[in-house]
Design a protein around this ligand. Structure first.
Ligand SMILES: Cc1cc2nc3c(=O)[nH]c(=O)nc-3n(C[C@H](O)[C@H](O)[C@H](O)COP(=O)(O)OP(=O)(O)OC[C@H]3O[C@@H](n4cnc5c(N)ncnc54)[C@H](O)[C@@H]3O)c2cc1C
Length: 401
């Protein structure tokens, strides 16, 4: 096939059934038969079954030649840095990547893109990297999906890594999924465990499935590289060793690597959000049990006294009581604070998926059978609207704030 998707002009009768089936508005009927705009088409395939005349065909991408899989070597980590500061999740990925690389007898390599970021290379080496691929250019100063993805793809095509790990953050999710589609491989999102299958050497990628009720172990045996994303606070970083030695390879960037259809105009921090909940040591989290949005003021007051962040369950976020950036759980953020105070949160599995690894969990709930008490270190059965203000008063006295 000349194009990855084609409409046969002989088979198409111009019925137009495929046009509304395309979620990307990529099919049109300028003349008697349908035509696909390849600049809009994502090859999702939604149109194919709607054609009663089998006129639409998509090229099946072949699996990699099994003899070529062995050419893929080394474990890579895509570094997440913003403004010259490496995000903690990168160290977590390097810690996990180090274990995988040692098991495979391979090198751990970090891909570092940005501007004037060379000085960060030694830090990556101290945290376990053997090699750093450095893409340094003014056009890469702030994250943009297209150039970051293009740089990564070129590196992958040149050096053929066996595994590439990404942070399951907005940037990591964007680059990972784009790169996986372009180079025709699989990507397992939001992994909670990574291991090597001793029999095959394949990466075993564990992640929650079916609403968190089972853990699925996913393999990518026929394609390379194997790609996975991991949320912040799930893996453990290694202790840095400033004596570690490594190699820094500066990439010769081409203009086509840096081309982008978007440009960054400004950075506007989210209004009202003062603490990044993934980094807070203490979180006070409100759920549906706090009953109305105004009661987040009570949560906020306790948070201020304890110098904590404010988090929330999805029920509170869905009710528009607080912004999504505060949501903890399977479809929110994963947090690992020293202290998590769950206020009026029932403890459904999807919420626990984001906070169960907190060191100390205090649950306040009027229902003594609420599942949150199964994982709580300390439980307080009672009305959250009375207990939280009482806690705030006592903490103020104790901490003299
Ligand atoms: C695919 C999927 C993804 C999801 N992702 C997430 C996610 O990321 N994060 C998340 O949180 N949820 C998520 N959910 C939703 C999840 O299943 C629950 O619906 C949600 O966590 C419930 O929030 P809640 O505990 O605040 O509310 P509820 O389950 O309604 O619990 C409210 C609790 O407050 C208690 N209560 C009521 N009044 C008081 C009072 N006055 N004093 C003390 N206690 C009181 C009640 O006893 C109850 O236990 C997801 C669901 C699905 C299907």
């Amino acid at each position: 096939m000349e194009n990855p998707i084609e409409i046969s002009s002989e088979a198409c009768v111009g019925c137009g059934q495929c046009i509304p089936a395309c979620p990307f508005d990529a099919i049109d009927m300028p003349e008697a038969t349908a035509q696909i705009d390849l600049t809009k088409c994502t090859l999702c395939g939604a149109c194919v079954p709607t054609c009663a005349f089998d006129a639409i065909s998509i090229e099946e991408k072949a699996a990699a030649d099994p003899n070529e899989l062995g050419q893929y070597q080394n474990i890579w980590v895509m570094v997440e840095q913003h403004g010259g500061t490496i995000e903690p999740v990168t160290y977590e990925l390097l810690g996990e990547g180090r274990k995988l690389a040692d098991q495979r007898g391979m090198k751990l390599c970090a891909v570092l893109a940005g501007h004037q970021v060379e000085a960060l290379s030694q830090d990556l080496i101290a945290h376990g990297a053997d090699m750093v691929y450095l893409a340094d250019h003014p056009e890469l100063e702030s994250f943009r999906d297209e150039p970051y993805t293009k740089v990564l793809i070129r590196l992958i095509e040149t050096h053929k890594p066996e595994v590439v790990l990404f942070a399951a953050t907005a940037a990591g999710r964007s680059v990972g999924s784009r790169a996986a589609v372009k180079i025709n491989t699989g990507l397992t999102a939001d992994c909670t465990g990574l291991a090597i299958d001793p029999a095959t050497g394949n990466l075993l990628q564990t992640r929650p499935a079916f609403g968190g009720n089972i853990m699925a172990v996913i393999e990518c045996p026929a394609h390379r590289p194997q790609m996975a994303s991991v949320r912040p606070n799930v893996m453990t970083p290694t202790e840095p060793d400033s004596a570690r030695q490594g190699e820094v390879i500066t990439i010769d960037l081409q203009p086509e690597d840096l081309a982008s259809r978007t440009k960054r105009l400004a950075f506007v921090p989210e209004a009202g959000s003062t603490v990044n909940i993934t980094e807070a040591n203490i979180l006070i989290s409100g759920g549906r049990g706090i009953q109305k949005p105004d009661n987040f003021a009570m949560i906020q007051e306790l948070a201020e006294v304890l110098q904590a962040g404010v988090a929330a369950s999805r029920a509170a976020v869905d009710a528009n009581w607080i912004a999504y950036s505060h949501q903890v759980g399977q479809t929110g953020k994963t947090v690992c604070p020293k202290l998590y105070i769950a206020c009026g949160i029932s403890g459904q599995i999807q919420h626990l998926a984001g906070m169960a690894s907190a060191e100390v969990i205090v649950a306040i709930n009027k229902d003594p059978d609420a599942p949150i008490f199964d994982i709580a270190t300390y439980g307080i059965v009672g009305d959250v609207l009375e207990i939280v203000p009482a806690l705030t008063t006592e903490c103020k006295k104790l901490l003299k704030r």
